[in-house]
Design a protein around this ligand. Structure first.
Ligand SMILES: Cc1cc2nc3c(=O)[nH]c(=O)nc-3n(C[C@H](O)[C@H](O)[C@H](O)COP(=O)(O)O)c2cc1C
Length: 169
């Protein structure tokens, strides 16, 4: 595979960045995600791919519900917080206004463009990310917004390299 050709093609997609949040036994977790997509129309399914290296992945394995927050281009500070820090070391929610939905999932009040999701299936295909397929419970958005895309956050250093493995296969 040509790395350059692959990177060029992937850059064309330039997905919007989201923050996925969840909670297990009152422990909150969340990370920045670029790998995500709608995957069924009826029922309405949404897939999110989480890195096996992430604290959020380990929480997600035990979680039934998630929220994803679509970041606006003015939300770079949230991208930095959720994409470069590790929830094992710091409370990423500290200092943020947070609501809790009926399933105990933390909602970032500053991000009104959200999907609330219930887990349907998990697929580990042997890659460094794992697919969480979810059903959309609710979609919430206020007004039109300009999304923060991968191309708008070029210098963020992820909290973990994708080659890290906190769990043994
Ligand atoms: C631009 C960008 C895109 C990212 N996309 C993903 C992704 O799709 N899935 C994922 O699990 N992590 C992704 N990450 C990495 C995590 O957000 C990052 O490693 C985070 O610090 C993990 O935090 P945690 O250990 O508290 O879960 C991305 C990071 C950046 C900067």
């Amino acid at each position: 595979v040509s790395d350059e050709a692959f990177e060029t093609l992937m850059a064309v997609a330039d997905p919007p960045l989201i923050v996925l949040t969840t909670a297990v036994e009152n422990q909150r977790a969340g990370c920045l995600v670029g790998f995500h997509a709608q995957s069924s129309m009826a029922p309405r399914h949404y897939c999110v791919w989480l890195s096996k290296a992430n604290h959020t992945y380990r929480a997600a394995l035990l979680a039934s519900h998630f929220a994803i927050h679509f970041l606006a281009e003015t939300d770079l500070d949230l991208a930095v917080r959720f994409g470069t820090l590790c929830g094992q070391d710091v409370d990423k929610f500290d200092g943020l206004d947070v609501d809790v939905d009926e399933n105990g999932v933390p909602l970032l009040k500053a991000c009104r463009h959200r999907l609330l999701l219930e887990r349907v299936a998990v697929l580990d295909d042997g890659g460094d990310h794992v697919c969480f397929t979810t059903e959309v419970i609710s979609a919430q958005t206020g007004h039109r917004f300009v999304p923060l895309r991968v191309s708008g956050a070029p210098r963020l250093e992820p909290g973990h390299g994708s080659e890290e493995r906190a769990l043994r296969p």
